[in-house]
Design a protein around this ligand. Structure first.
Ligand code: APR
Length: 233
């Protein structure tokens, strides 16, 4: 079978680019309540507050630079043309800034979505609470991110990748949010080798055949070099 690598990334990959994670000390969910800024009900109740939260995160993401881990993953994708699938939970676009191509299962901050007609458009900076949709004109524009209680994007495509990969890696994710936290089991059931790269042990570390601990900017480039030296790939 042709070797195929599926890589799931989380907020820890962008931590060294200066973007807060969610559950580390001082993380986003220590500063803001999920029910105030990351649910459809919060947006219906107070769109100004939710848009301000995402405007702040969009501005930070726009300022951020890809780090050595993003660049190494882009190099892996380029070298192993078509055999490396990047699935990210992150709503920054640092994989793309590094030259990679990622499936954004939680959406991406650089895009808006019209809650009335489903139209999507590029958002360079701020969104207003009643952002008008450029397609239908309704004042229903929202950040194109998946909120708690909503279905993540691309799940069918992700399932098909998990069922046909020979290696699954999770990088910089705490493994506390499903369905992403269940991907390792799904890949393992299909016979894939599994590896976790993280700063420290997570709730799902025991489910991986191999764990590599350390900051992503150190561990990911070394791991990518080892893959590219490996005759299998
Ligand atoms: N290098 C490697 N791993 C790191 C680093 C680093 N420099 N810094 C932090 N980490 C690890 C932490 O140890 C933790 O396991 O990154 C992980 C961050 O976990 P979370 O903050 O929970 O982020 P994530 O797993 O991406 O959250 C998943 O939850 O709130 C939702 O939609 C949100 O996409 C997010 C999802």
């Amino acid at each position: 079978m042709t070797e195929k690598i599926v890589i799931l990334t989380g907020a820890g990959l962008s931590a060294e680019s200066g973007l807060s994670t969610f559950r580390d000390a001082g993380g986003l969910w220590a500063q803001h309540r999920i029910e105030d800024v990351a649910t459809p009900e919060a947006f219906a109740r107070d769109p100004a507050r939710v848009q301000a939260f995402y405007n702040m995160r969009r501005a930070q993401a726009a300022e951020a630079h890809p780090n050595a881990a993003h660049l190494a993953l882009a190099r892996l994708q380029t070298t192993l043309k078509g055999r490396v699938i990047l699935i990210t939970q992150n709503v920054d676009w640092l994989h793309e800034k590094a030259g990679g191509i990622a499936l954004h299962m939680h959406g991406v901050l650089s895009q808006a979505l019209c809650a009335a007609c489903g139209h999507r458009w590029y958002v360079p900076d701020e969104m207003t609470p009643d952002e008008p949709c450029p397609a239908c004109g309704a004042p229903r524009g929202r950040p194109d991110v998946v909120w708690f209680g909503e279905m993540p994007y691309h799940l069918d495509l992700i399932d098909s990748h998990l069922s046909s990969c020979t290696l699954f890696a999770a990088i910089g994710t705490s493994g506390q949010v499903f369905p992403a936290a269940g991907f390792v089991r799904e890949a393992q059931l299909n016979g894939a080798e599994t590896v976790e790269l993280n700063l420290e042990r997570t709730e799902i570390s025991g489910q991986f055949q191999r764990n590599i601990f350390g900051p992503a900017t150190e561990t990911v480039p070394r791991w990518v070099d080892s893959l590219l030296e490996d005759s299998l790939y």
